[in-house]
Design a protein around this ligand. Structure first.
Ligand code: NAD
Length: 261
């Protein structure tokens, strides 16, 4: 349990990749604050399971990642209730698929807010404490779409490229403070986020569900397999180790070879 005594805050962790991060961190003894939406009972069950796994406290923050004030309050609440955060994982994200000339304005704003600006607000609030403790790990879930584009995903691709730039900047600023900042860039991971975009992609491209899965989603992923959330979480855990102190400013791909092409 190499994270005993450390605290982790994971945004967007009531589902998918974020939940896998929270479980992996708790299994190594970290006190975890999870965040995100969902049925209260399911969230409470998950919170209790995390506390049991870590032997430390676990809390849930319902902070909305479109709201800078709520993000700052979430980081303060984490510090007050659990200490830290020593590890900040910016993971909350949404997707919308539409041609650029039809892209709904509210979807553009929400994607930029949740997938990009929320990371800035959380980093801004968490860095002073990390500097004081001279140790920190900032990890952001970017995407293969932080490196390459796909049609119909203008807001998402823009936000993820921005997140990669933010990560590099923050890594340079914090390089002498014992704090690393990195992105993990998965290809397609089988989570509710991917499942939800299938109907829109079917509509945008006039394809069947099977065609979207095999000819669109996995077409660019040379292994022809989805990444698993647990594989992504294992890489995040590695970044939290002292052996990873010199990995900073990196954008680490886990995309079955997608961006090698
Ligand atoms: P998911 O839909 O399973 O989970 C998203 C999480 O974010 C949920 O906990 C949800 O409640 C939370 N969330 C959404 N809006 C929020 C808001 N306004 N405030 C607070 N929380 C909010 O998605 P996922 O596939 O696990 O995606 C997690 C991250 O991984 C995202 O940033 C996504 O862009 C990225 N990613 C996913 C894939 C993939 O193929 N699934 C690939 C690359 C990158």
């Amino acid at each position: 349990m190499f994270l005993k005594g450390k605290t982790a805050l994971v945004t967007g962790s009531t589902s998918g990749i974020g939940l896998a991060y929270a479980r992996a961190l708790a299994a190594e003894g970290a006190a975890v604050m999870i965040n995100g939406f969902g049925p209260a009972e399911a969230i409470e069950q998950e919170r209790a399971a995390l506390a049991a796994a870590s032997g430390a406290d676990a809390f849930h923050s319902p902070a909305d990642m479109t709201r800078p004030d709520e993000i700052a309050a979430m980081v303060r609440e984490c510090a007050d209730k659990l200490g830290g955060p020593d590890i900040l994982i910016n993971n909350a994200g949404i997707q919308h698929v539409a041609p650029v000339e039809e892209f709904p304005l509210d979807k553009w704003d929400a994607i930029i807010a949740i997938n990009l600006s929320a990371a800035f607000h959380a980093i801004r609030a968490a860095v002073p404490g990390m500097k004081m403790r001279k140790w920190g790990r900032i990890i952001s879930t970017a995407s293969a779409h932080s490196l390459v584009a796909s049609p119909f995903k203008s807001a998402y691709v823009t936000a993820k490229h921005g997140l990669a730039g933010l990560t590099k900047t923050v890594a340079l600023e914090l390089a002498e403070h014992g704090i690393t900042a990195n992105c993990i860039s998965p290809g397609y991971v089988w989570t509710p986020l991917v499942e939800k975009q299938i109907p829109d992609t079917m509509k945008a491209r006039g394809l069947t569900r099977e065609q979207v899965m095999h000819d669109v989603l996995l077409a660019g992923q040379p292994t022809r397999q989805f990444v698993t959330a647990e594989q992504v979480a294992a890489l995040a855990l590695h970044l939290c180790r002292d052996e990873s102190a010199q990995i900073t400013g990196s954008n680490l791909s886990m995309d079955g070879g997608w961006t090698a092409a």
